[in-house]
Design a protein around this ligand. Structure first.
Ligand SMILES: [Zn+2]
Ligand SMILES: [Zn+2]
Length: 106
């Protein structure tokens, strides 16, 4: 288990843009492994389409940079294969661009 003090320290790494320190921490490795096990080591997007693909990445549903306090929360993590992970990030970019277009239009 992770102590509050250590969690605060890890969240501060993200806030200070020291993402590599976060991603190299044993706490991140531990929570990532918990997410993979919870998802049966399967890509959750492929699974929802009736396909089986082994997990390759663990994705933050709410991005660490905008939601640092959710970075170690199991329910913010999703096991994905690399193509689905790329898609997830492409979609995030789309949302930002669409929002931006709307701002311009109005
Ligand atoms: Zn997939
Ligand atoms: Zn991701």
């Amino acid at each position: 288990m992770i102590t509050d003090k250590r969690e605060t320290e890890l969240i501060n790494f993200i806030r200070q843009d020291k993402l590599m320190k976060f991603y190299k921490s044993k706490e991140w490795f531990a929570v990532r492994e918990q997410a993979r096990r919870r998802d049966n080591y399967e890509c959750q997007v492929c699974k929802s389409k009736g396909r089986y693909k082994r997990v390759q990445n663990v994705h933050h549903l709410k991005e660490v940079k905008t939601h640092p306090h959710l970075s170690l929360k199991l329910n913010n993590l999703q096991s994905l294969c690399i193509p689905c992970h790329n898609d997830a990030h492409e979609r995030l970019k789309d949302v930002v661009e669409k929002k931006f277009m709307n701002v311009e239009r109005w």
